[in-house]
Each structure stands twice: as structure tokens, then as C-alpha cells.
Design a protein around this ligand. Structure first.
Ligand code: HEC
Ligand code: HEC
Ligand code: HEC
Length: 146
């Protein structure tokens, strides 16, 4: 058992040891605390986000707590000139662990990577998508003949 673990698990154990010795360094979030305790966020943020997305997209329920634009507002970094650096850019908050853990997100193809408000929090292409699904108060006005 121990021998088998040593043989099959050696790579993984070494990877974990390396991770503990050299965890990715994260830029600290704005304010005193996250929307849930830090250790909980570390483990469960994906579930919170996907749950929140499903509630909004399927049930039209919008709450601020696990909003993706909220994550961006607090976890975005600024250049010295005050301009924002996209949260998913290399070494930025949402990229650091994901790159490390080989997680790929498609979220930011639609969602903004820098602070903004409301539906403008979505990239331009996503607004059409929102319109098709009748978000934000009814169907999108269509040009005649469409
Ligand atoms: C194809 C475009 C698209 C992609 C890709 C996408 N979303 Fe969304 N998302 C939307 C639209 C449109 C809404 C509805 C916005 C609204 O009605 O407020 C939405 C809503 C949400 C919401 C609820 C609104 C909020 O911020 O509280 C969350 C959370 C969310 N998405 C998270 C995600 C996550 C996490 C991913 C990646 C795993 C993702 N989305 C990928 C288009 C997209
Ligand atoms: C009000 C500002 C704020 C919002 C909104 C916010 N965070 Fe945080 N977040 C923080 C702060 C501050 C910390 C660091 C807390 C600490 O060091 O204990 C943190 C920590 C984290 C961590 C752990 C980082 C580590 O050091 O391991 C993760 C992961 C995280 N946040 C993800 C998210 C996600 C995903 C969202 C959106 C659902 C979000 N946060 C929304 C402020 C925020
Ligand atoms: C402390 C490290 C860490 C930080 C910081 C972090 N993530 Fe993650 N995230 C992970 C890990 C690890 C996974 C994969 C978990 C798994 O596969 O079980 C993940 C997975 C996800 C997923 C699910 C992807 C999928 O397709 O299943 C979403 C969505 C996500 N993260 C969003 C974010 C966003 C948005 C931010 C920035 C606000 C962020 N994460 C910051 C570690 C982190």
C-alpha cells in the first residue's frame, strides 16, 4: 500500500509539496474581507459563481453577493496611471491559480475583465446574447425585416 502510493503517487505528492513550498502569489483584494471566508472562497468560488449564474440566467434572480462583476471590482489591479489591468491577464488575480492548476475559463469572453456596472459589465457581443434571452426587460428591438 505504502509502496504503491510511493510509486503511483510520487509525482502528485511532489507537485503538492512544490505547491505548498511555492504557492502562487496573489494580489490582495480590496477591502477587509471577501464575500465569504477566504478559505471557503479558495475552495468553493467556482460553485458560488456557477450557481449564481444559473439563478440569474434561468430564474432571473439577481443578487450582488456572488456577482462576477463584484469579483472584478475588488480583485482588479491598476497600473500606475490608474488604468485597470484585466483580472484574467497573466499574473493577475483570476489567472494566477488557474494557470497553475490548468483551468481554462470562457467567462471573460462575455463578462468584462475590468470594473463597470450593470449590463455594460458584459462585453459588447454578450449584450446581443442577453437580448436574445430577453434579459433586462423584454425582447431586443429588431430592425424591420429581421
Ligand atoms: C456567451 C456569453 C457568456 C459566457 C461565456 C458566460 N456568461 Fe455569465 N452571463 C452572460 C449573460 C448574458 C448573463 C445575464 C446578465 C444579466 O442578465 O444580468 C450572465 C450572467 C452571469 C451571472 C449572474 C450575473 C452576476 O454577475 O451576478 C454570473 C455570476 C455569471 N454570468 C457567471 C459566469 C461565469 C462564472 C462564466 C464562466 C464559467 C460565465 N458567466 C460565462 C453571458 C455569458
Ligand atoms: C468587497 C471586495 C471583494 C469582493 C466583492 C470579492 N472579493 Fe475575493 N477577496 C477579497 C479580499 C479582501 C480577499 C483577501 C481576504 C484575506 O486575505 O483574508 C479575498 C480573497 C479571495 C480569494 C482567496 C485568495 C487567496 O488568498 O487564496 C478568492 C479565491 C476570491 N477572493 C475570489 C473571489 C470571487 C470569485 C469573487 C466574486 C464572487 C470575490 N472574490 C469577490 C475581496 C473581495
Ligand atoms: C486561490 C486560487 C484561485 C483564485 C485566486 C481564483 N481561482 Fe477560480 N479556480 C481555482 C481552481 C483550483 C479551480 C478548479 C477547481 C476544480 O477543478 O475543482 C478554479 C475554477 C474556477 C471556475 C470553474 C471553471 C470550470 O469550468 O469549472 C470558475 C468559474 C472560476 N474558477 C472563477 C474564478 C474567478 C472569476 C476568479 C477571479 C475573481 C478566480 N476564479 C480566482 C482557483 C482559483
Amino acid at each position: 500500500m505504502i509502496l504503491r502510493l510511493a510509486v503511483t503517487g510520487l509525482g502528485a505528492i511532489m507537485a503538492v509539496a512544490a505547491a505548498l513550498a511555492d504557492p502562487p502569489e496573489l494580489p490582495r483584494g480590496r477591502g477587509d474581507a471577501c464575500v465569504a471566508p477566504t478559505d471557503v472562497m479558495r475552495r468553493e468560488h467556482m460553485d458560488f459563481l456557477l450557481h449564481q449564474r444559473d439563478r440569474t440566467v434561468h430564474e432571473g434572480i439577481r443578487t450582488a453577493r456572488f456577482s462576477l462583476s463584484g469579483c472584478v471590482d475588488c480583485h482588479v489591479q491598476q497600473n500606475v496611471d490608474g488604468s485597470y489591468i484585466p483580472v484574467d491577464a497573466p499574473e493577475q488575480f483570476c489567472d494566477t491559480c488557474h494557470r497553475y492548476a490548468s483551468v481554462k475559463l470562457d467567462c471573460f469572453e462575455c463578462h468584462a475583465t475590468t470594473p463597470s456596472t450593470g449590463l455594460s459589465a458584459l462585453a459588447p457581443g454578450a449584450r446581443d446574447f442577453a437580448g436574445i434571452l430577453s434579459f433586462g426587460g423584454g425582447p431586443r428591438p429588431r430592425p424591420a425585416g429581421e
